[in-house]
Design a protein around this ligand. Structure first.
Ligand code: FMN
Length: 338
C-alpha cells in the first residue's frame, strides 16, 4: 500500500496534474472502467477489521469511508472503485435524460489549497445508460453497497430515475444541492422538498438519502436555519440518511460560467460544523454522511466524533490517490484504540 501511495504521489499525480483537470479525469475513467483491474489493486489496498464495521441503511458496511457522488457519473467504474476498499460507492449523479453539462472550462484545481472548483452541471449519459452499466454488475459486489445519486428539476424525472435505478442499487441518494444546475434549487424550498420526498416514499422499497447544500457564504445564520429546516423535513418524512454536504458555491473567473462549487481542504471546517448542527437537530436515528474536505484519518475521525456515521470523499481521492481509503481506515482504527 505504501508503494501504491508513493507511486501515485511521486509519478502518477504529477503527470495527471500536468493535464487539464477534466482530461486527467477522463484518463482515470478509462483505466478504472477496466473491471479486470480489481484483481490487481484489490489485494494491496484492502484493509478489514471488525472494529471498522458500521450499521448503515440496513447494511453492515466494512468501513465508514464512502465514495462521494460525481466521480463515477455513469456508474461505469464501480467494481474497480470497490476494490480500492471503500465501504460503499456512490455512482451518479444520474439524470433522466443525457446532459452535456456546462461549457468548458468547468473544473479547475488549486494545488496550494488542495481544492477543486467545479461547474460541471451534471454531464452524464442519462438513466438508460446507467441502467445498462449497473445491470452488468448486479449482484457481483456482495460486500460493497451501491448508492446511486439521482437528480432533476422536475419530480417526474426524479421518479423515473428512481424507478429504473432502485432495483439495480442498494440505496438512492437524491441530490438537491448541486450549485451548478439551474432550477435545482427548487427542492431547497421546504414545500417542494416535502412534496418530492412524499412522492418518492409512495413508491420506494429501499433506503433513501438526501444530499443537502452547504451553508452558503453571505448570511450564514439564515442559510443555517434554512438547511436545518430541510434536515428536519427529511427526518419527519422518514428519510434514512443525509449527506452533508455538496460543494460550496464560489465565484471563479477561470470557469466559463464564472462560478462553481469549491471542494477539498478549505471546506472541512464547514463540514464538521454542519454535521454537529444537523446531528443535534435530527437526533441519533438518521444516518449522517459527512462529505467535504476529508483527506486524512484525523479529518474523518473529527467528522465521526461530530456525529457522522460515515464520511464520503472525492477531492481527497484526487490529491492522495487510491491508497487514501486504507490510510484513513488505519488512522481511524488507531483513534478507536485510544
Ligand atoms: C468534479 C466534481 C464533480 C462533482 N459532481 C457531483 C455530482 O454529480 N453529484 C453530487 O452530488 N456531487 C458532486 N460533486 C460533489 C462531491 O460529491 C462532494 O460533495 C464535494 O466534492 C465535497 O467533497 P470533497 O471535498 O471530498 O470533494 C462533485 C464534485 C466534484 C469535485
Amino acid at each position: 500500500m505504501v508503494l501504491i501511495s508513493a507511486f501515485y504521489k511521486l509519478f502518477l499525480r504529477p503527470f495527471l496534474f500536468l493535464l487539464p483537470t477534466e482530461s486527467a479525469h477522463k484518463i482515470t475513467n478509462l483505466v478504472l472502467r477496466r473491471h479486470s483491474l480489481r484483481n490487481i489493486i484489490s489485494k494491496p489496498l484492502s484493509f478489514t477489521d471488525d472494529r471498522l464495521h458500521v450499521d448503515w441503511c440496513g447494511f453492515s458496511i466494512q468501513n465508514p469511508v464512502g465514495l462521494a457522488a460525481g466521480f463515477d457519473k455513469d456508474c461505469e467504474m464501480i467494481p474497480s472503485l470497490a476494490s480500492i476498499g471503500f465501504g460503499y460507492i456512490t455512482g451518479g449523479t444520474v439524470t433522466a435524460d443525457a446532459r452535456c453539462g456546462n461549457p468548458k472550462p468547468r473544473i479547475v484545481r488549486d494545488k496550494s489549497e488542495q481544492s477543486l472548483i467545479n461547474a460541471m452541471g451534471f454531464p452524464n449519459k442519462g438513466v438508460d445508460a446507467a441502467t445498462i452499466s449497473l445491470s452488468k454488475i448486479k449482484g457481483k459486489l456482495i460486500k460493497t453497497p451501491i448508492v446511486v445519486s439521482i437528480s432533476g428539476t422536475e419530480i417526474i424525472d426524479i421518479l423515473e430515475c428512481r424507478k429504473l435505478l432502485e432495483p439495480l442499487s442498494d440505496v438512492i441518494e437524491i441530490n438537491i444541492s448541486s450549485p451548478n444546475t439551474a432550477g435545482l434549487k427548487i427542492f431547497q424550498e421546504p414545500t417542494s422538498l416535502d412534496e418530492l420526498i412524499g412522492k418518492i416514499n409512495d413508491v420506494r422499497h429501499k433506503p433513501l438519502m438526501i444530499k443537502l447544500p452547504p451553508y452558503s457564504s453571505g448570511c450564514i445564520e439564515k442559510a443555517r436555519e434554512n438547511i436545518l429546516r430541510l434536515a428536519r423535513i427529511c427526518t419527519l418524512k422518514g428519510v434514512d440518511g443525509l449527506t452533508i454536504a455538496n460543494s460550496k458555491p464560489v465565484i471563479d473567473a477561470r470557469l466559463a460560467t464564472g462560478r462553481g462549487g469549491l471542494s477539498g481542504k478549505p471546506i472541512l471546517e464547514d463540514t464538521i460544523q454542519m454535521v454537529k448542527d444537523i446531528r443535534s437537530e435530527v437526533g441519533s436515528k438518521t444516518i449522517i454522511n459527512a462529505c467535504g474536505g476529508v483527506f486524512t484519518g484525523e479529518d474523518a475521525w473529527r467528522a465521526l466524533q461530530a456525529g457522522a456515521n460515515t464520511i464520503q470523499l472525492y477531492t481527497g481521492l484526487i490529491y492522495n490517490g487510491p491508497g487514501v481509503v486504507k490510510e484513513i481506515n488505519k488512522e481511524i482504527l488507531k483513534s478507536i484504540g485510544k
